[in-house]
Design a protein around this ligand. Structure first.
Ligand code: NI
Length: 226
């Protein structure tokens, strides 16, 4: 399942992130790449543990926790502290799969990567190329969103970032361990939750609402690991 979360950050928050990122120290993106993806990866990144990255990551995490679309789609159990990357002219990231388990640098904390997230911090007119291309059973999708918007996709999917031809593309990227590991089960729960929300808005007294809500929670009880 591919889910767009529009306007996770406000324009003011994006501007604040960008001004902090402009004065940050960018290093070669190889540092967080796995064995196989290191050869494919050609971009810049903020170091894990960079104080600016931690501060911005906390802002992003706070917005994620109160975003009902994100919570319903991801059913998050753990969120990897957001990382930041920058692609300029000639940079790209070839086809790869994200590592299944990520350890938070300098800690014992591990996150199983059920979902991958890219939060765009540059607007599409700031760069050419730099499409996030995701291949999965839903086909090939090319993603380029407005600054402040985020795409969520299964971490099991092959993906790449096309070469930048002009300008600079800045984004945050991170992973989510979901309470519901299986993408198919998570998709069913999301579809059910979305239709309950619609029904509740259109027909709040509908007698089936309580029963449907019960079905949702009983499926969640059956499938979730907390
Ligand atoms: Ni990746």
């Amino acid at each position: 399942m591919l889910i767009q979360v529009p306007d996770l950050l406000s324009p003011e928050q994006v501007a604040a992130c960008r001004s902090l990122l402009d004065s940050s120290e960018w290093i070669d993106g190889d540092v967080t790449a796995g064995h196989q993806s290191r050869r494919a990866k050609n971009n810049m990144q903020l170091a894990e543990g960079d104080p600016g990255a931690i501060m911005l990551g906390d802002i992003i995490q706070a917005e994620l926790e109160r975003n009902t679309l994100f919570v319903s789609a991801a059913l998050p159990k753990k969120i990897f502290p957001p990382l930041f990357n920058r692609y300029s002219s000639g940079h790209s990231f070839g086809t790869h799969v994200d590592n299944a388990i990520r350890q938070v640098s300098g800690t014992e904390h591990r996150v199983r990567t059920d979902l991958s997230a890219t939060l765009f911090l540059s607007d599409p007119d700031e760069y050419e190329g730099g499409d996030l291309v995701i291949e999965d059973n839903f086909g090939v999708q090319r993603i380029k969103l407005t600054a402040g918007s985020m795409i969520l996709y299964p971490a099991s999917s092959l993906h790449h970032v096309t070469p930048i031809k002009r300008g600079t593309r800045i984004a945050s990227f991170f992973w989510i361990e979901s309470m519901v590991r299986d993408d198919g089960q998570r998709t069913l729960l999301f579809d059910l939750d979305s239709s309950i929300q619609r029904l509740a808005a259109e027909s709040p007294e509908h007698p089936s609402l309580i029963q449907l809500t019960g079905v949702y929670h009983n499926l969640l009880r059956r499938w979730a690991e907390v």
